[in-house]
Design a protein around this ligand. Structure first.
Ligand SMILES: [Zn+2]
Ligand SMILES: [Zn+2]
Ligand SMILES: [Zn+2]
Length: 194
């Protein structure tokens, strides 16, 4: 099914409106088509989501990360850089009961509710807002890459390779493994009353 969706992408559609960028839509649909997938999995709760051929593309949001957060994130090459197409479901973005995500170190709740649903961000949305000093530490020497009060200009700056001022290691230091940074309490749904 997804193959016909990707094909339809090649045709100019007349009723797109201004809900999103058509290049982004085609990029996602053709990437999924090349993998024979019509569903994606949430990187946090691993729930499956259907991908639609129109905006909103998914009940959640896509983003590109330089790190493969889960084995089901698809490797893509964007502007010469290897990235991974990653998806988070709406429940996890909004932190609905049982899906709230918080920083393992400072306990700050991660809040993705202000992100636009059904589209794609070109940077790692978890790296974009470092909540504490643990999130700005070098992946090699574990000293802070930035001054604790220093912040970068753009959300996307946190997904780029930067040299550590201490050990000079060049890495995407702000993009940490999700399991290292966050805890998510999954509450099992109550069993049916007998
Ligand atoms: Zn989720
Ligand atoms: Zn924190
Ligand atoms: Zn370092």
């Amino acid at each position: 099914m997804i193959n016909s969706l990707a094909f339809r992408c090649l045709l100019k559609t007349e009723d797109e409106g201004n809900h999103g960028n058509d290049d982004t839509r085609c990029f996602i649909l053709s990437t999924l088509a090349s993998q024979g997938r019509s569903k994606v999995q949430c990187v946090l709760c691993e729930e499956y989501m259907l991908v639609f051929d129109r905006y909103p593309l998914v009940d959640g949001t896509f983003f590109l990360s330089p790190r493969q957060h889960a084995k089901f994130c698809i490797e893509v090459k964007v502007e010469g850089r290897m990235q991974f197409l990653t998806c988070v479901c709406m429940g996890c973005l909004e932190g609905v009961t049982g899906k709230a995500v918080s920083c393992r170190f400072c306990k700050t709740r991660w809040d993705g509710s202000s992100l636009v649903l059904g589209t794609m961000y070109s940077y790692d949305i978890f790296a974009a807002m470092p909540c504490c000093v643990e999130r700005i530490k070098c992946n090699s020497c574990f000293k802070p890459v930035l001054h604790p009060a220093q912040r970068l200009n753009y959300f996307s700056d946190y997904s780029h390779m930067v040299p550590c001022p201490h050990c000079r290691t060049l890495d995407t230091h702000f993009v940490k493994p999700l399991g290292y940074c966050y805890v998510q309490r999954m509450v099992r749904p109550l069993s049916q009353w007998p």
